[in-house]
Design a binder for this molecule. Structure first.
Ligand SMILES: Cc1ncc(COP(=O)(O)O)c(C=O)c1O
Length: 343
């Protein structure tokens, strides 16, 4: 349960000492899912529509990019390089932010996901990367993308360019500040709508969204264990270690006096399946369920797997009827077109 023992409205975090480039339209709405709630034993399901931020097709990475691009501009950068898998949503949104701001963008994308069909290789995010004007470096799955990105940055610097290298998923502590701010936004909205959430459910890829939310709740004096993440990238132990480190480093940027306990980072591995980017039957069912019952579109790699976990938890009685559970709907819709053959 979110308890308000130490934190009372207004829920504000002072992030003003960090450079921030506005990329969002304002708070994203929290909406009920009435038809799915009935299907899920009367658990009150809600979504926070992070997919509704408009730039470049939208998604959770825009919150991180506000701080990352802010830092890049403060350093005088004219070029941004980032890394990811071939269908990275983060890469697509980095390209969109760069386009908006007149920066050059290079994407170092690996074939880390074992899919060779033309939809995966040429449609979805990779089509949009091209339209957004990014230069794509196509690397094999075994390549070290970050090392390649650093070497490419050095090459461009030797030509006089000012290059900012953005980590996997945008999940540096500075990037995670975007989701710390989102924790305060959720609390403000929940208070205004008169809802107390017992759980906030997220996908965990590079861990930045989870870490940022955890840091934000801790900075507000609330318990970060309210957030439950379904890992879609690493095994639970690795995801826990990475997310805890990032959450602590992010919190140190906001309020070094606060702490996050090991057990406050909750990770569930049940939806990972055979690995990152590999579809599961539960994901397929969850994507169809959300689309056919609520008219909302999840993605096959992140939100589809996490929502599958929430549906299973609700159906199996892990949440009581009448309990309020918030799902962070993180975007990634272009991925559906890349995974045409999976449906
Ligand atoms: C649509 C979508 N949802 C969730 C995530 C996971 O966020 P994070 O990498 O911060 O864990 C990503 C990351 O790429 C994403 O693209």
């Amino acid at each position: 349960m979110i308890t308000e023992t130490n934190a009372t409205p207004p829920y504000r975090l002072d992030l003003s000492k960090h450079a921030r480039q506005p990329l969002l339209e304002g708070p994203t709405p929290i909406q009920p899912l009435p038809r799915l709630s009935r299907e899920c034993g009367g658990v009150n399901l809600y979504v926070k529509r992070e997919d509704l931020n408009g730039l470049g097709g939208g998604g959770n990475k825009l919150r991180k990019l506000e701080f990352l691009v802010g830092e890049a501009l403060a350093m005088g950068a004219d070029t941004i390089i980032t890394v990811g898998a071939r269908q990275s949503n983060h890469a697509r949104l980095t390209a969109a932010a760069a386009a908006r701001l007149g920066l050059q963008c290079e994407l170092v994308l690996t074939r880390a996901v074992p899919r060779e069909d033309s939809e995966y290789l040429e449609n979805g995010n990779i089509l949009l990367d091209d339209l957004l004007g990014a230069r794509v470096h196509d690397l094999p799955g075994t390549a070290n993308a970050l090392a390649f990105a650093e070497a490419r940055a050095d090459e461009l610097r030797s030509q006089g360019r000012k290059v900012y290298v953005c980590p996997l998923g945008g999940s540096s502590p500075v990037g995670c500040l975007g989701y710390a701010a989102c924790a305060a936004e959720i609390m403000t909205q929940a208070h205004a709508q008169g809802i107390r959430f017992s759980r906030i459910v997220v996908p965990n890829g590079s861990g930045g969204m989870h870490a940022g939310l955890a840091a934000g709740f801790a900075a507000l004096g609330l318990d970060p264990a309210i957030v439950l993440a379904y890992t879609v990238y690493s095994k639970a132990g690795q995801a826990h270690a990475t997310t805890l480190d990032k959450a602590r480093d992010t919190l140190a940027l906001i309020d070094p006096a606060r702490r996050i306990a090991d057990h406050a980072i909750a990770i569930d591995e049940t939806q990972l399946g055979e690995g990152y980017g590999i579809p599961t039957d539960a994901m397929r069912e969850a994507v169809r369920l959300m689309a056919s019952k609520e008219g909302l579109l999840l993605d096959p790699v992140y939100s589809g797997k996490a929502f599958a976990g929430l549906v299973q938890a609700a159906r199996s009685g892990q949440h009581a009827p009448g309990e309020n559970v918030l799902f962070i709907m993180s975007g990634g819709l272009p991925g559906l077109f890349a995974y045409r053959s999976a449906f």
